[in-house]
Design a protein around this ligand. Structure first.
Ligand code: GTP
Ligand code: MG
Length: 175
């Protein structure tokens, strides 16, 4: 199994990666490109699992080479779970990507990162509602301080594919 760190550019994916991985980290070129990515190992429940710091992408509809690599890495990985890192202070932009990844059937957990920034800006996000509607774990994180990282890792265990129809039903409210 591999865990992919995915999200927009500059949301904190590499800070997560550095916190989660140990010593044996390798940087590689994606085959046939000049795009770099980093791979290492993290521990989940005593097991060592591959973690990949995927190049930043705004959507699964690639607009440049780095985004093409990000999407290819997602599609080529077998038995994968995705940590979708979102800038909590610009949440609606990041949610679009998270929904795309969920819609393609990948098990996802969402890190609402930059939680310190969102807090300073008095941005209010109802995490429980968001998690209930999407059917995935949503964890507030501040990657630079480590806040929320442990909960995020714990939540990976239970990550499962979600039917997009269920999300649509949840958004519409119960009838
Ligand atoms: N305030 C705050 N800053 C953060 C947090 N997480 C990351 N940063 C900072 O945000 C900047 C971007 O972090 P990176 O980890 O490089 O972001 P990235 O998603 O890997 O960016 P790309 O590799 O360019 O896609 C750095 O200056 C980090 O120190 C956070 O939770 N709070
Ligand atoms: Mg990075």
């Amino acid at each position: 199994m591999s865990i992919l760190l995915m999200g927009h550019p500059n949301v904190g994916k590499s800070v997560f990666f550095n916190r989660l991985t140990g010593a044996s980290v390798t940087e590689s070129n994606y085959p046939g490109t000049t795009i770099d990515y980093t791979k290492g190992y993290m521990r989940i429940g005593g097991k060592s699992v591959e973690l990949i710091d995927v190049p930043g992408t705004f959507s699964l509809n690639p607009k440049d080479k780095a985004e093409e690599v990000a999407v290819a890495m997602l599609h080529e990985s077998k038995d994968v779970k995705v940590i979708c890192v979102i800038d909590a202070s610009k949440i609606e932009r990041g949610l679009f990507l998270a929904l795309e990844i969920i819609e393609q059937g990948y098990p996802v957990v969402i890190a609402l990162n930059m939680w310190d920034v969102a807090r300073d800006k008095h941005i209010k996000i109802n995490i429980d509602d968001l998690s209930r509607i999407l059917g995935v774990a949503v964890v507030a994180t501040t990657a630079i301080s480590g806040e929320g990282i442990k909960d995020l890792v714990t939540s990976l265990d239970d990550a499962r594919p979600v039917e997009i129809d269920n999300i649509i039903t949840n958004v519409g409210g119960s009838t």
